[in-house]
Design a protein around this ligand. Structure first.
Ligand code: ASP
Length: 339
């Protein structure tokens, strides 16, 4: 029989309403599992580990990603798949980060959560939890069907580093506009095998160093020189995610291009991704992005913001040179970018 490990980190799924204040707070994990007697019917042994202090995912940071990754690493050989229960707010960041931290992952790591707590009448938590476990438990010829980091929410399975949270209200809270669904859950679980990673037979390796000396610069019409200058002057800054318009465009004002140019010459990496949730940066397509090509802005193509930020943290934590990092940013390391 397979064995699945549930890792409970916090989030709405395991919260109850504080009687005095009315706000949602975490409650203990064993009580959470009691809410789902159906777990006993799953054809797998189910073990669980909980964060000592479960957190709202808005409090998650690189140390928490590494804690989750370490739990997976320490329990890797004893389990066939992993389900990470996580708040939905930053689930796509954690999924993206885990995809880079867990190198040579050959088993399923499925993140899920819910919009309503598991104890509430109309909760989406039970279906999300049970199907995430089913997915982590699925094998064909003893090979896991989804040997990668994925997000399961409301009948859809997304590649983790392609997912984004799009709604604070709908049960269908996630999308992956630039990559097909890995699976759909209807009466049957339908896997889209041709777009899912395959196992590579190598040993799992943990990339434990993440460097968060990065900043983001989101373009808007009317952005001031002071703001751009202030961002690019942050001490010890190593990289900037530049969120541009449409296919990678920004103002052509010379003060702007000059500031970006100076930053690049100082060794700061400038990674261009689009504010549009679908489609890709295409440097040089319009005159408003051709200066970027000339001064060495890196083309982030169709990467999500979440993937861009976590890929930078991972690459800056390695010993690669700046030019190697620039090269790797434009390659697909974990299926996060369309080439
Ligand atoms: N604020 C919660 C969190 O992300 C929302 C959720 O769980 O869906 O932890």
């Amino acid at each position: 029989m397979n064995s699945i490990l549930i890792i409970y980190t916090g989030g709405t799924i395991g919260m109850i309403q504080d009687e005095k204040t009315g706000s949602l707070k975490s409650f203990d994990f064993d009580s959470l599992l009691k809410e789902v007697p159906e777990l006993k019917k799953i054809n797998a042994t189910i073990d669980s580990i909980s964060f000592e202090n479960p957190i709202d995912s808005s409090d998650m940071g690189p140390e928490n990603w590494l804690e989750i990754a370490q739990i997976i690493f320490d329990n890797y050989n004893q389990h066939d798949g992993f389900v990470v229960l996580h708040g939905s707010d930053t689930m796509s960041y954690t999924a993206s980060a885990l995809s880079f931290i867990l190198e040579n992952l050959n088993k399923p790591v499925i993140l899920t959560g819910s919009q309503l707590p598991i104890g509430s009448i109309r909760t989406d938590a039970k279906e999300n939890l049970l199907t995430a476990i089913e997915i982590a438990n699925t094998k064909i010829n003893n090979i896991p069907t989804v040997p990668e980091v994925a997000v399961y929410f409301e009948y859809s399975l997304y590649r983790g580093n392609r997912s984004i949270k799009v709604s604070a209200e709908e049960f269908e809270a996630f999308k992956s506009p630039n990559y097909p669904l890995l699976a759909e859950a209807g009466v049957n679980l339908k896997f889209n095998k041709s777009v899912i990673h395959q196992t590579n037979g190598k040993d799992l390796f943990l990339n434990k160093k993440l460097d968060n000396h990065i900043a983001t610069l989101k373009m808007f019409p009317g952005i001031t020189q002071q703001q751009v200058n202030a961002t690019l002057s942050i001490p010890n800054l190593r990289a900037v995610v530049l969120e541009t318009f449409g296919a990678g465009n920004a103002t052509t004002e010379s003060w702007f291009i000059n500031l970006i140019d100076e930053a690049i010459q100082k060794g700061i990496i400038v990674l261009n991704i689009s504010q549009c949730i679908g489609g890709s940066v295409d440097l040089g397509k319009y005159a408003t992005s051709s200066d970027f090509l000339r001064i060495g802005v890196i083309n982030g193509k169709d990467m999500t913001f979440e993937a861009a930020v976590t890929k930078l943290m991972y690459l800056l934590g390695t010993n690669y040179s700046i030019s190697q990092i620039k090269e790797l940013l434009q390659q697909s390391l974990r299926g996060e970018i369309t080439l």
